[in-house]
Ligand binder design. Structure first.
Ligand code: G6P
Length: 369
């Protein structure tokens, strides 16, 4: 096992630190920057149904569902296709409306999640076309779907999903960008810009990981908190959900993720000097609004940890602590903003003496209902 961990103390730690490489592997042979091409070899015969889709339904559970939520923003923004993101477990039992030729994308690390598999079978039985975004080659979901794109992230052993999430978001981003070009909803130059932004992600993730020591020190400060709130807007809202899930899963601290603007409809009542609030406050169109949300928390004496774009001044000056990530295009920011949240949960869990790789009550793959 020590050999498998490759010098790291835990699988989760190894998998978090592997992300520059796993994301690069996920794009290898697919992003051909010199030719300005994006090749998805696994999506062939059914590519027309994807390109001409009137709606796409994304299916998943847990972290894979969060990757679907990130993709919802991208498909709608880049491809102008309406998207629904469904918990597979809810979808399958509510007599969903599925028509012949409808398009689905099932997202799964293991490819064995029972609810996702059953939802795929249901969709197929009504004549839908189902694509898979799966890590494990030859898994049940990979076999059941019509076509798809593998993550190529390598084995993920830690129960809390980390590198599979970034690979899922990378694959879904590649599909969205490619479809945007083919549908004519983005121009050739926007396409070039987006693929070059994706191409820079592995290097930028490596930079984001350099804040590990700073995050470990933060974990020492907040390790005894009883609750955490994670807030983000736009495509960083699902990242807030994912940050909260990571903390819950491995440290057993109660955490909630919320869209920052929804805070005033409930969570704001929880804020006092004992409540750490993690904001994803990167510099994009919603930056000013996030800054005013930070202000609202500070005026109620909440403790603010802000994930900010490098060189940020305003949000950082208001926050108790800030963690920088490299500047990037809005579309690819979730691939960077999730990194400090993974590290924060890892360090807090360790300091609380938790088993980060095998948290209580959780399974890596839920193959029964
Ligand atoms: C379990 C795992 C999660 C994972 C979820 C979905 O709950 O602990 O990490 O996100 O299942 O699994 P899948 O393999 O379908 O992505």
């Amino acid at each position: 096992e020590a050999i498998e961990k490759g010098g790291y103390d835990h699988f989760m730690q190894k998998e978090v630190f592997e992300q520059p490489e796993s994301i690069a592997n996920c794009m290898r042979g697919r992003l051909v920057l010199e030719k300005g091409e994006l090749v998805l070899g696994g999506i062939n015969e059914y590519s027309q149904s994807l390109i001409h889709a009137k709606k796409i339904t994304l299916l998943g559970c847990g972290t894979s569902w969060h990757a679907g939520l990130v993709a919802e923003y991208l498909f709608e923004d880049i491809c102008r296709i309406p998207v629904e993101v469904e918990y597979a477990s809810e979808f399958r039992y509510r007599n969903p409306i599925i028509n012949e030729g409808d398009v689905f994308i099932a997202i799964s690390q293991s490819g064995e999640t029972a609810d996702t598999l059953a939802a795929i079978e249901l969709a197929k039985s009504k004549g839908a076309i189902v694509f898979g975004v799966v890590n494990v080659v030859g898994s049940s979901i990979a076999r059941e779907t019509h076509e798809g794109a593998y993550l190529h992230a390598g084995p993920e052993i830690g129960v809390a999903s980390t590198k599979a999430f970034t690979a899922q978001v990378t694959v879904l981003s590649m599909i969205a960008i490619k479809m945007g070009l083919l549908r004519g909803t983005i121009s050739q130059s926007q396409f070039q810009l987006l693929i070059s932004e994706l191409n820079q992600i592995p290097k930028k993730v490596a930079t984001a990981l350099k804040n590990n020591d700073q995050i470990e020190a933060l974990a020492e400060i907040y390790k005894d908190a009883q609750n955490f709130l994670y807030l983000g807007r736009g495509n960083n809202f699902p990242v807030a959900l994912e940050g909260a899930l990571k903390l819950k899963e491995i440290s057993y601290i109660h955490a909630e993720g919320y869209p920052a603007a929804e805070m005033k409809h409930g969570p704001i009542a929880l804020i006092d000097e004992d409540m750490p609030v993690v904001f994803i406050a990167t510099q994009d169109d919603s930056y000013e609004k996030i800054v005013s949300n930070i202000q609202e928390v500070k005026s109620r004496k909440g403790k603010v940890i802000a994930i900010v774009t490098e060189g940020d001044i305003l949000a950082s000056s208001m926050a108790d602590y800030s963690i920088e990530i490299p500047k990037s295009h809005y579309v690819v920011t979730p691939l960077l903003s999730v990194i400090p949240l993974q590290l924060l949960s890892y360090h807090i869990a360790l300091k609380r003496g938790c088993n980060v790789d095998q948290p209580r009550n959780l399974a890596k793959s839920v193959t029964v209902e």
